[in-house]
Design a protein around this ligand. Structure first.
Ligand code: SF4
Ligand code: SF4
Length: 255
């Protein structure tokens, strides 16, 4: 019997689901073992009878929390898909301002949004801050092949494969010149590998969209920063786009 999988989108750009919709020939690895019962981007049909729920996007409104909790109740396994779901995404940066101020800046003072649940947003959360998550597929967007590997492992009852070493390992294997040598600032030493260092390979600094490894060598990273005369404050200021969750945690710990 095929495992029934349903996809759900919350606050995000739907780019991660698009990666899956674009699986092309790799979809052959899945069609024998998986039946997709809900996937708004590619099909009209919808069913609430599923084994695995795949959640894309961050949780931004009370109505989203309620919807997510219902999905969790229906699912045996829940997968967080992409940086928005795993970390809260770029939009999590909104958490640094009061909700009302952000709302007014974005939507103005319109009467139409008052008491309208669609605009009733609070601070942005990752999926695992609302419900239990069984597996994570990191990245912005995700790597579709990694998604296939993780999904197959889950269906086979195995631990989802996810590298837990820093991106620099992959970058060095590709013999890239380190971007610090070019005066750039990179999150590679603490970011989870698995993207094959695609950004540094094209000269772009790693922004940490795959989140940090479970035990980052913070002291060693500080030494690298010192060597290139970069302060931790500067790092946090320039590189919080995907990891504002980490800054919040640090701040809460210090309070
Ligand atoms: S993780 Fe990136 S690609 Fe995926 S939904 Fe969020 S913004 Fe879009
Ligand atoms: S460019 Fe970034 S990922 Fe590559 S070695 Fe330097 S710090 Fe690490």
């Amino acid at each position: 019997m095929k495992t029934k999988v349903a996809f759900f989108d919350f606050g995000g750009c739907e780019g991660c689901q698009l990666q899956i919709a674009n699986l092309e020939e790799d979809v052959l690895e899945l069609i024998d073992i998986v039946k997709i019962v809900s996937f708004r981007e590619i099909m009209k049909e919808h069913s609430d009878d599923y084994d695995i729920a795949v959640i894309e996007g961050s949780i931004m409104r009370p109505m989203d929390e309620e919807r997510l909790k219902k999905i969790r109740k229906n699912a045996k396994i829940l997968i967080a898909l992409g940086a928005c779901a795993c970390l809260g995404g770029v939009q999590r940066m909104i958490n640094q301002w009061p909700v009302e101020e952000s709302k007014e800046t974005v939507y103005g003072n319109s009467e139409k949004i008052k008491d309208n649940p669609y605009f009733d947003n609070f601070h942005t959360k990752a999926v695992d801050e609302v419900v239990k998550v069984d597996a994570y597929v990191p990245g912005c967007p995700i790597d579709r092949n990694e998604f296939v590997r993780i999904l197959i492992a889950i269906i086979q009852g195995k631990k989802p494969p996810l590298p837990d070493y820093p991106l620099c390992v992959e970058c060095k294997k590709k013999e890239n010149i380190c971007l610090f040598e070019e005066g750039k600032l990179c999150l590679g030493p603490i970011t989870r590998a698995g993207c094959n260092a695609i950004c540094p390979s094209y000269g772009s600094e790693c922004e940490g969209c795959r989140g940090f490894i479970s035990h980052p060598e913070e002291r060693a990273y500080k030494e690298v920063l010192e060597k290139y005369s970069i302060s931790v404050e500067e790092l946090l200021h320039k590189k919080s786009i995907f990891n504002y969750r980490y800054i919040e945690k640090k701040r809460d710990k210090n309070e």
